[in-house]
Write a protein that binds this ligand. Structure first.
Ligand SMILES: Cc1cc2nc3c(=O)[nH]c(=O)nc-3n(C[C@H](O)[C@H](O)[C@H](O)COP(=O)(O)OP(=O)(O)OC[C@H]3O[C@@H](n4cnc5c(N)ncnc54)[C@H](O)[C@@H]3O)c2cc1C
Ligand SMILES: NC(=O)c1ccc[n+]([C@@H]2O[C@H](COP(=O)([O-])OP(=O)(O)OC[C@H]3O[C@@H](n4cnc5c(N)ncnc54)[C@H](O)[C@@H]3O)[C@@H](O)[C@H]2O)c1
Length: 462
């Protein structure tokens, strides 16, 4: 079989890969981008993750607003959610994003955008099997792995037989679940919990620990739980699922919680307990690339694997698993290999936003982490209801919190649980990045009445 030679090969077209491949071409490198599936052009974010979920979150928000419209003096009928039409809207948003990505990649790469599944033959060579079953052999000086993750399925007795849902299949449901049980109280679990509750399902979230969102401070996690409970989401925490079975149209779970045996029955079960790396079919051993115990690829600050000439970007290098981090991984590699820079993943700020309503946005250290790291800290807290714009909009739920280094006045971290938090957190992040004092946000002239103006109030608490 003929070997096709390239300067660079990108395996997987996630956020990092699909951005890096055209940049390498622009830099004069003969580059191939190998993407497993034509329905995944543009990667997970636009096809099965951020974009479809946030499109559906928007539908849920409309249902919620209509349901509560009387509070604003606007009378409507009780909303009827047509899930099939919600899904149709989601499909059309995804499709237009995918078409735009295909257009851009085809323009940049031409026939070197290759649809097929890649696996290593050696450290410079991969085998690609196309959907038509044709095998191609490709070789390059440098390879970039960006193959992402898939839902992690725990080895629970009986689970496979229940026909459980994942974050992908739940976004193809066209009939509303009567009772959706969600295994996992992290990002995916909570976004779908509120969404389906607002669509009209009964929702029960099962969490392993006493606290949902285990990486957050307890006060923030409790505030999130409380506001979801106020909307009718039920929580079963400190719970271990021992087994599952499908009985007729119901899924039944055997659970142990606080030494009690519980049998919980629902119409649907969503498994959302984390993500597994897509490394198993890559045959990394043939290239000598090391995996960790969970199958992720360890990298150094420049995202190099243990094998010279092979990099790993995005979720596959253990993340943090966010699209904006995958994009920043691209920036690191581009800077170091194309622009002659020395960019590193060390000390980069990682903002995030949990897209429930109100949003929970976070950057930097939590209070617990700052204490653990030995900082002398001052903590500011503000109820969202204190912000004038929150009151005019009727969006008064939430809690804002900032952690400041009491010696330097630098902001160490911030958690915003309030309307528009995902937008507001960027302002805090920029002040942190510029290493300015918190007083910049306390005393800065901010437009009235905006949610961001709440930062004046939050930092005045110090
Ligand atoms: C439901 C959900 C919601 C999310 N919401 C958000 C959000 O709101 N904001 C946010 O920042 N993050 C969110 N995330 C996380 C985010 O989607 C990921 O961090 C992001 O997509 C990074 O992906 P990546 O670049 O690592 O690769 P991916 O986007 O996962 O892409 C990997 C690509 O590699 C391809 N591939 C895999 N194996 C092979 C192979 N052997 N050969 C060829 N191609 C291969 C796949 O088909 C895929 O297209 C969400 C995740 C999920 C699951
Ligand atoms: N808005 C966003 O940015 C967004 C949205 C969705 C997903 N994501 C990304 O995708 C990642 C994966 O999301 P996720 O929600 O699957 O993972 P997660 O790590 O956020 O949460 C998984 C939860 O499942 C729990 N768990 C693990 N095993 C369990 C078991 N057997 N029974 C019950 N609970 C169990 C964990 O304790 C944890 O709380 C996130 O960490 C995030 O990086 C981001």
């Amino acid at each position: 079989m003929n070997t096709e030679y390239y300067d660079d090969i990108v395996i997987g077209g996630g956020k990092a890969g699909k951005t890096l491949a055209p940049a390498l071409v622009m830099a004069g490198r003969k580059t191939a981008l190998v993407e497993r599936s034509s329905t995944m052009i543009g990667g997970g974010c636009i096809n099965i993750a951020c974009i479809p979920t946030k499109t559906m979150v928007a539908s849920a928000e409309v249902a919620h607003t209509v349901r509560n419209s009387a509070v604003y003096g606007v009378k409507t009928n009780v909303p009827t959610v047509n899930l099939a039409e919600v899904i149709q809207r989601k499909r059309s948003v995804v499709l237009s994003a995918r078409e735009m990505n295909l257009h851009n990649l085809a323009a940049a790469l031409g026939k070197n955008l290759i649809i097929g599944t890649a696996r290593f033959v050696d450290s410079k060579t991969i085998e690609v099997v196309t959907p038509e079953g044709i095998t191609r052999i490709l070789s390059a000086e440098r390879l970039f792995i960006n193959t992402g993750t898939r839902p992690l399925i725990p080895p629970l007795p009986g689970l496979k037989e229940t026909g459980f849902l994942t974050s992908e299949s739940i976004m193809e449901l066209e009939q509303l679940p009567e009772h959706l049980i969600i295994l996992g109280s992290g990002y995916i679990g909570l976004e779908f919990a509120q969404m389906f509750r607002r669509f009209g399902s009964r929702v029960t979230v099962i969490g392993q620990r006493e606290q949902i969102l285990s990486s957050q401070d307890p006060d923030i996690a409790i505030a999130v739980q409380t506001l979801l409970e106020q909307e009718g989401v039920e929580f079963l925490l400190k719970a271990t699922v021992l087994g599952a079975e499908r009985i007729g149209n119901a899924t039944k779970l055997q659970i142990r919680s606080a030494d009690r045996a519980i049998h919980l029955q629902g119409s649907h079960l969503l498994v959302a307990v984390g993500r597994a790396p897509t490394t198993d079919s890559l045959n990394l051993a043939a290239a000598g690339v090391v995996k960790d115990a969970s199958g992720f690829i360890p990298v150094n600050d420049h995202l190099e694997t243990n094998i010279p000439g092979i990099w790993a970007l995005g979720d596959i290098n253990r993340g943090p698993q966010y699209t904006h981090i995958s994009l920043d991984d691209y920036r690191i590699v581009k800077s170091n290999l194309i622009d002659g820079g020395k960019r590193s993943s060390r000390d980069r700020l990682v903002p995030s936003c949990l897209f429930i309503d109100p949003e929970l946005a976070q950057v930097g250290l939590t209070e617990a982490a700052a204490q653990q790291q030995g900082y002398a800290i001052r903590v500011a807290k503000l109820e969202a209801a204190a912000i004038p714009r929150a009151r005019t909009s009727g969006r008064t739920e939430g809690l804002l919190k900032a952690i400041v280094d009491s010696e330097t006045g630098h902001i160490l971290g911030c958690s915003l649980l309030c309307h528009a938090a995902g937008e507001m957190i960027s302002t805090v992040q920029m002040v942190m990045q510029a290493q300015m004092s918190y007083t910049v946000l306390r005393d800065g002239v901010l437009t009235h009445p905006t949610m961001t103006e709440g930062l004046n109030l939050l930092f005045s608490k110090l």
